[in-house]
Design a protein around this ligand. Structure first.
Ligand SMILES: Nc1ncnc2c1ncn2[C@@H]1O[C@H](COP(=O)(O)OP(=O)(O)OP(=O)(O)O)[C@@H](O)[C@H]1O
Length: 295
């Protein structure tokens, strides 16, 4: 049984896993913490990944290895190709060049080892929250197994008492919780999140960041998180990938690549006021072309 969000907020976040202490796929179940036994965390390897639309290059030469259980935040200015990269890893878009491997084998079309969460919860308005979450289940489960898994996930995201409601009867934050539960229903080895909290108010956003840390502590899944929010990246990620122009490149038509790749120090939840994070924040803002006096 996995623990409910209400008992986790702030506490499980403190034990949020780093890649080093995440269980490796294939590790004996007895060595894994309760709740994680049925989840896997898979590594992702990008080699010289690029993407052009018509003759316009958006991304080029992105090479990177993401460890099982790692949380990688992807930052970059608007339109630089963050979603494009995420879509390529999930097999939602297959027009890229280079190679993307998950757990050593090439990404497949709509790869079932991954699940995607978007800025909008994309719930079906005429279905209950329970039914919406069950839409993420793999087909291999029996009805009873599926019901049990959805109950568990609703408990985990703190929506067990809203299961029978329709999406319009819950808040935006709750809808986004349901959307995360639906994404986790197939127990993905890689969770791809595209600005998942971008439409939420500031307070709900902070609570959702805590929830994501809780979910990560429970599942150990690898997470690729696209965000516009530098502080969110620094709070949640093991590493931050900044997509942008290579400083050596003078021609903007070259497309975005890895402009910076930074490791974020410290256990989560992190002290937002720490000097180390302040230095990284400045570096990331400068990489995004924002003057350090204007934030
Ligand atoms: N299917 C497509 N056909 C043509 N151009 C596309 C397509 N998908 C994306 N693009 C273009 O690729 C560029 C990168 O888009 P993408 O959505 O990946 O950027 P982003 O960094 O996620 O942007 P934002 O931060 O604004 O969400 C944009 O200029 C976009 O117009």
């Amino acid at each position: 049984m996995i623990s409910p969000a209400s008992t986790l907020t702030g506490t499980a976040a403190a034990t949020s896993a780093s890649p080093a202490d995440s269980p490796r796929p294939g590790a004996p179940a007895a060595e894994q913490p309760a709740g994680r036994r049925d989840y896997t965390s898979l590594d992702v390897r990008l080699s010289a990944v690029g993407r052009s639309f018509d003759s316009r290059t958006v991304l080029r030469d992105v090479s990177l290895q993401i460890a099982p259980g790692e949380v990688l935040a992807i930052l970059g200015s608007s339109g630089c190709g963050k979603s494009t990269l995420l879509r390529a890893v999930g097999g939602l878009d297959t027009g890229n060049t280079g190679e993307i491997l998950i757990d050593g084998s090439p990404v497949r079309r709509y790869d079932e080892r991954t699940a995607v969460g978007f800025q909008e919860p994309r719930l079906l308005p005429w279905r209950s929250i329970h039914k919406n979450v069950s839409l993420g289940l793999p087909r291999s489960l029996s009805k009873a197994e599926g019901r049990e898994r959805v109950d568990e996930l609703l408990e985990l995201v703190g929506l067990h008492d809203r299961a029978s409601l329709r999406p319009r009867e819950i808040s935006g934050g709750m809808a986004q919780r349901a959307s995360l539960a639906r994404a986790l229903a197939r127990r993905p080895g890689v969770l791809l999140l595209d600005e998942p909290f971008g439409a939420l108010d500031a307070l709900t956003r902070l609570k959702m960041q805590d929830l994501l840390l809780d979910l990560h502590a429970e599942t150990g899944t690898t997470v690729l998180l696209v965000t516009h929010d530098v502080d969110e990246a620094l709070q949640l990620a093991d590493r931050v990938l900044l997509l942008g122009q290579d400083p050596a490149d003078t021609d903007p038509a070259e497309g975005a690549t890895i402009a910076r790749l930074l490791r974020v120090p410290g256990q989560r939840p992190r002290d937002r006021a720490s000097a180390e994070l302040a230095a990284l924040r400045s570096e990331l803002f400068s990489g995004l072309g924002v003057d350090s006096h204007s934030h």
